[in-house]
Design a protein around this ligand. Structure first.
Ligand SMILES: Cc1cc2nc3c(=O)[nH]c(=O)nc-3n(C[C@H](O)[C@H](O)[C@H](O)COP(=O)(O)O)c2cc1C
Length: 371
């Protein structure tokens, strides 16, 4: 891939360009994690606890990154994670992110807290040939009539699955937001749903009453013809329960370290959850996110049991400093790195990725920060 001089050559450089482009409050919101950010850092570091153990001299002819999931072809086993308020990062917002992901053959999950109407986002990309899947994420489950109406709009617009996020019944405590507040620019707000925390309620003062439960999951599955995935599953027993209720799959996620600090990294949690999910139901879909910054991280996610992965902050960083083109560049870099990793480990296709191609490294080395 040719890049102009000075343009970022990796996802870390996109992060630096975003920091330079964003104001302090926006940078704190987009980049920050909960409390002391142990989980945020651990998510990235944990992929480096695994080394790649390549096989050589294999036939790589006709290699590609396609896979078949949820009854359709995916050009690439990667989606952009649901992330709120993308028009705060750049005027291109969710529309730009959707165009970028479609252009790069990646999927996208639109957040319940999108700052762009879901119909506008869908209209831009649903007819695109070669795009990845378009999914919609939900948080709140309380106002049933409003939810029914929203689900009908999501289905009519052409979204292909619903993702219910279950790991953030209340906001995490983030120092960056305590310091700067959520100072949204004029005209930027969540157009489909505003979190209740805005009302200043406390947890014991009723906020947790709105937190979704297993009964809400069952209700949701009964309301839609779309497959439902639960995002924020990290315990094997929760994965079993989700699948027993009829969820199509689970997303192993700790919300990018933004909610409950000192949770283990998703790379550490993934193998047990994937095993439990597939034992419960062989066709269960298992996805993962958190700390993926290199194509080799994506490869490791698949080798540890995921069918596909989601990319969070780096896609926003590309968007923040260069709009849709920046987000597309981030996805393209990751895609190129993933293709190189496939070929260099002796895999012609995604289905060839296997745990045997990983090697557990010395934990002390894994703790070293990236340059
Ligand atoms: C700024 C920001 C906003 C987010 N908003 C949402 C959201 O609206 N819904 C959701 O399910 N997850 C949300 N997340 C979590 C992401 O979907 C994802 O789990 C996480 O960012 C993955 O980790 P990574 O950023 O290290 O790739 C958000 C993350 C960030 C950074």
């Amino acid at each position: 891939m040719n890049t102009a001089p000075n343009s970022p050559v990796n996802l870390h450089e996109h992060a630096r360009a975003a920091q330079a482009a964003l104001g302090e409050a926006a940078w704190a919101y987009f980049s920050g994690g909960a409390a002391d950010e142990h989980t945020l850092r651990r998510n990235e570091a944990a992929w480096q606890a695994w080394g790649l153990a390549p096989r050589v001299l294999r036939n790589l002819r006709g290699g590609h990154t396609r896979c078949q999931l949820l009854g359709r072809d995916w050009p690439m086993p990667l989606l952009v994670a649901p992330m709120a308020l993308q028009r705060w990062a750049h005027a291109d917002g969710e529309a730009g992110m959707a165009l970028a992901s479609a252009a790069q053959g990646c999927g996208m999950v639109l957040s319940h807290q999108s700052s762009t109407p879901l119909q506008d986002v869908a209209r831009l990309v649903v007819a695109e040939q070669g795009r990845g899947p378009l999914w919609f994420q939900l948080y709140a489950m309380q106002e049933r009539d409003a939810l029914r109406a929203l689900i009908a709009q999501v289905e009519a617009a052409g979204f292909e699955a619903l993702v219910l996020t279950v790991d953030a019944p209340v906001n995490g405590v983030r120092d960056g937001e305590r310091r700067h507040g959520l100072a949204l620019p004029e005209g930027v707000h969540a157009v489909h749903w505003q979190p209740q925390a805005a009302s200043g309620q406390s947890l014991c003062g009723g906020l947790a009453d709105a937190a979704p439960t297993w009964a809400d999951v069952q209700w949701l599955i009964g309301q839609t013809r779309l497959p439902v995935l639960l995002k924020g599953i990290t315990h094997p027993q929760d994965a079993r329960e989700a699948l027993a209720l009829g969820a199509a799959g689970v997303i192993v996620s700790n919300h990018g370290g933004r909610v409950l600090d000192t949770m283990p990294a998703t790379a550490e949690l993934l193998p047990r959850v994937a095993e439990a999910a597939r034992t419960q139901r062989a066709d269960a879909l298992v996805l993962v996110d958190g700390g993926i910054r290199r194509g080799s991280d994506l490869f490791k996610a698949l080798a540890l049991g995921a069918d596909a992965a989601l990319l969070g902050r780096p896609a926003l960083y590309g968007l923040a400093h260069a709009g849709a083109r920046g987000a597309a560049h981030v996805l393209r870099l990751l895609r190129d790195e993933f293709e190189a990793t496939l070929a260099l480990t002796g895999c012609a296709r995604v289905a060839d990725i296997h745990p045997d191609l990983l090697w557990r490294l010395d934990p002390l080395r894994a703790a070293a920060p990236h340059p």
